[in-house]
Write a protein that binds this ligand. Structure first.
Ligand SMILES: CC(C)(COP(=O)(O)OP(=O)(O)OC[C@H]1O[C@@H](n2cnc3c(N)ncnc32)[C@H](O)[C@@H]1OP(=O)(O)O)[C@@H](O)C(=O)NCCC(=O)NCCS
Length: 407
């Protein structure tokens, strides 16, 4: 690169300097428990450093994890730790890091896609990442909503405790659920520690995190994670219950967990920032407006190997379509591909046949999890449908994609 800056793989020794860089660019301090959890999941060989004479001037890393996609679980590079020193910004360092990282993932041939969360949504589409999933944020006036469904009989039992003490139950329940939840990432022990890290400095005055497990007649059927931010106003108690995660194997468990969370004494507000777009909760209560819903983006998806990625997922309806793909960064993806398949599997091969649809790799990434319709992208003028053979229905899925954690 210009100015003698070179890209190189990271090492364990770089870890403190990488944390310092990320602390500077995200305007926070990376210390204590949070830093230890980051160190635990750090994969130095998948970390890329922009090195300016010994200074870590820029960084991007990938984590090796699985991701649930429609009808399948695939290895996906989970991209994170992206930052460039304020003194080095807008000189092309991020561009160089992103290009190199994508070429490395493609060359390794193990992961057909990459996923990330964006600090600013403008940053990643130029590198082929499309906004593939959204999340609902809940800000519930909990004293003003009632569940409209009667409690399920026989009632299960709730067991409350420290999340780490209940980890074997949480891990099993999450593992059972994730196969059916598009957008959820694999969690091994290191990732559970990352998710459950609960540094006091990051709580903004709230309690430690609690877990509650719901036990049915045959064992655990769900759990919730939350904390409480205690407050009193001139009206009296005014606490906020901050829900982190709710995982339920059946509707009765889901209802029981939300009945519990919405009813915690001394609270007047329940917030939940990781709701799925198709979260069942609004259909369970009498006054959904009091849920205070707002919508924002979550996962961005980048197809690194277009034919492998398209063949890896399943389709909601039979599909036989020729897609013409633009990908200036990874030209092996560019050109025409015939995608055939349906609910039981798919194949994707190169073809010389005329295209039914043209799309950039960014738009295909946005449509890949079934949460952004190709019809919507066509209506926006981003995707061009050239024939009557419209694959929009096939690319959809019966549940919206959602994500459970920022990695
Ligand atoms: C985002 C960040 C990594 C960009 O690094 P950079 O080296 O300045 O990026 P580049 O010089 O390669 O910029 C590439 C292009 O993206 C644009 N761009 C990059 N970051 C942008 C941002 N935050 N907002 C708007 N545009 C941005 C640049 O203007 C440039 O566009 P151009 O090619 O049309 O001129 C850096 O600004 C940063 O560290 N930000 C704070 C931390 C952060 O948000 N990290 C991302 C976490 S998901």
């Amino acid at each position: 690169m210009d100015d003698g800056i070179r890209l190189r793989p990271g090492t364990h020794e770089d870890f403190p300097a990488i944390c310092d860089l990320l602390g500077v660019v995200f305007h926070e301090e990376f210390e204590g428990e949070a830093k230890a959890a980051e160190r635990d999941v750090f994969e130095p060989e998948r970390s890329l450093v922009a090195d300016d004479s010994g200074l870590v001037a820029g960084h991007a890393q990938a984590f090796s994890r699985e991701l649930t996609v429609p009808g399948a679980i695939v290895p996906a590079a989970h991209i994170s730790g992206v930052g460039v020193q304020p003194t080095h910004r807008r000189r092309g360092l991020l561009t160089a890091l992103m290009h190199r990282q994508l070429h490395d993932i493609a060359a390794a041939g193990r992961e057909p896609l990459a996923v990330l969360w964006a600090s600013e949504t403008t940053i990643y589409p130029r590198f082929g990442y499309g906004a593939a999933a959204s999340r609902l944020t809940f800000d519930v006036m909990n004293r003003e909503v009632r569940l409209t469904v009667p409690p399920v009989e026989p009632a299960g039992r709730l067991r409350m405790g420290d999340p780490f003490a209940l980890l074997s139950d949480l891990g099993k329940l999450y593992e059972q659920a994730r196969a059916g939840r598009v957008g959820w990432s694999e969690r091994d022990d290191r990732w559970w520690r990352f998710v459950l890290t609960d540094a006091k400095d990051d709580r903004d005055g709230a309690t430690k995190r609690y877990a509650v497990v719901h036990d049915g007649p045959s064992g655990p059927t769900g759990y919730a994670l939350w904390r409480v931010k205690h407050a009193w106003s001139h009206h009296g108690p005014d606490a906020e219950v901050q829900v982190r995660e709710v995982v339920a194997a059946d509707p009765g468990t889901y209802q029981a967990l939300w009945r519990f969370l919405l009813g915690i004494d001394l609270s007047r507000r329940v917030t939940f920032t990781m709701g799925a777009v198709d979260e069942p909760l609004p259909h369970l209560i009498d006054e959904p407006r009091r849920l205070g819903l707002s919508l924002t983006d979550s996962l961005f998806v980048r197809l690194v190997d277009v034919p492998a990625a398209l063949a890896a997922r399943r389709y909601r309806a039979p599909v036989d379509v020729v897609l013409e793909v633009e990908d200036p960064i990874l030209p092996a993806n560019a050109g025409r591909w015939r995608l055939t398949g349906g609910p039981d599997g798919a194949a994707c091969v190169r073809t010389g046949d005329p295209a039914d649809l043209t799309a950039t790799v960014t738009d295909l990434g946005a449509a890949y999890l079934g949460g952004t319709s190709l019809s919507t992208l066509t209506a926006a003028g981003r995707v061009r449908l050239l024939t009557g053979n419209d694959p929009s229905l096939a690319f959809g899925w019966h549940r919206a994609p959602s994500a459970t954690e920022v990695f």
